[in-house]
Design a protein around this ligand. Structure first.
Ligand code: GUN
Length: 340
């Protein structure tokens, strides 16, 4: 089967798509959302601005740092970092995220390569696409947007991505290294890496503190817990089968919520003074909103914000950091390639 779409682009490949294929307003959203976010402007919020973690602002700073480094790489080594993004099917949320990733690449001076495949593409065809990007020296990072259609084995696809180009950090060898003391993965998954980057840039102490990670997904919860543990936090993971999650969460200095359930984490789950990182992004019906819905996180923002010392808003918190970390991973990969 011919590739539906494969080319290097100076600007996002999706820019040339017919309007009918472009995603309408975000309606389906996932826990590890990477959609660009408007700045948190909930004027009705009672959470003081001093408690808000400005993920968008921090991500913008990181993106400027990356753009400056890209310019240097080009000047000194004649090397342009390249990211290949593979999209299977036409899920509106995935299309939105992929478009954002390609746009971000163009903005920092990366080359982006895109392959859009129909939802019924065979696993073998997808593996061929991955193999071609593995072999392409212009490509330093490969990202296959998840979730994949049910007939495709996510495991087989992720295993096939070269660990040197696994900028998502989802390859079992990278996750395995993350889990082991004395080993360092080549890449760390972007959303949890972004959560830790927020904590570190805000100088939130992690070592010796208690942390609660809500949700145990491969993409966010599990690697977030490993990253906190590597920084010497005492980490508890809670999930759908945990009795008394509220009590466990209530003992944590740092909370990372990534359960994918709108506003599941209530105000009284939060220890006074805790730092709350909300990875969730969920559409909640709101007849007063222009679009009929608004975006909320996995945390009840108003109630939790009353007790927390710092809290990420949704949108404008973790989402922009995910893309910034993807760019950072891709830049790191290109730097490694320059050394070879
Ligand atoms: N789907 C939701 N989040 C992600 C992500 O970070 N990477 C990929 N590849 N797919 C996703």
């Amino acid at each position: 089967m011919a590739l539906a779409f494969q080319r290097p682009v100076g600007r996002p490949a999706t820019a040339s798509r017919p309007a009918s294929r472009r995603a309408p307003a975000l309606r389906i959203v996932s826990a590890a959302a990477t959609a660009p976010a408007p700045s948190p402007s909930s004027s009705a919020s009672s959470v003081p601005a001093s408690k808000l973690i400005d993920g968008k602002g921090i991500a913008d700073t990181i993106r400027s740092e990356i753009a400056a480094e890209v310019a240097q790489l080009k000047a000194k080594h004649n090397l342009t970092p390249g990211l290949a993004v593979v999209l299977v099917g036409a899920r509106k949320d995935s299309e939105t995220y992929v478009r954002s990733k390609k746009k971000a690449c163009a903005e920092v001076g990366f080359d982006s390569y895109g392959t859009d495949l129909p939802a019924d593409v065979s696993e073998e065809e997808l593996l061929k696409v991955v193999a071609a990007y593995n072999a392409d020296p212009r490509v330093h990072g490969i990202l296959v947007q998840l979730p994949l259609p049910k007939h495709i084995s996510e495991k087989r696809i992720l295993d096939a991505i070269s660990i040197e180009k696994d900028v998502d950090g989802f390859h079992p060898l990278n996750i395995g290294a993350l889990a082991m003391r004395g080993r360092d993965p080549l890449f760390v998954p972007c959303t949890p890496k972004g959560c830790i980057e927020l904590l570190e840039r805000l100088k939130v102490p992690i070592s010796g503190r208690t942390a609660c990670v809500i949700g145990r997904s491969n993409i966010v919860g599990m690697p977030a817990a490993l990253l906190l543990q590597r920084r010497d936090a005492t980490v508890t993971m809670v999930h759908s089968k945990t009795p008394d999650a509220a009590k466990i969460c209530g003992e944590a200095d740092i909370v990372i919520a990534a359960c994918g359930v709108a506003e599941m984490v209530k105000g009284d789950w939060i220890k006074p003074g805790a730092v709350v990182i909300d990875v969730g992004i969920n559409a909640k019906d709101d007849p007063t909103a222009k679009k009929g819905y608004r975006l909320v996180g996995d945390v009840d923002f108003e109630a939790a914000g009353a007790r927390a010392s710092l809290i990420t808003p949704v949108p404008g918190g973790v989402g922009p950091m995910t893309i910034a970390m993807l760019l950072q991973n891709t830049l790191e990969s290109a730097r490694r390639a320059a050394k070879h």
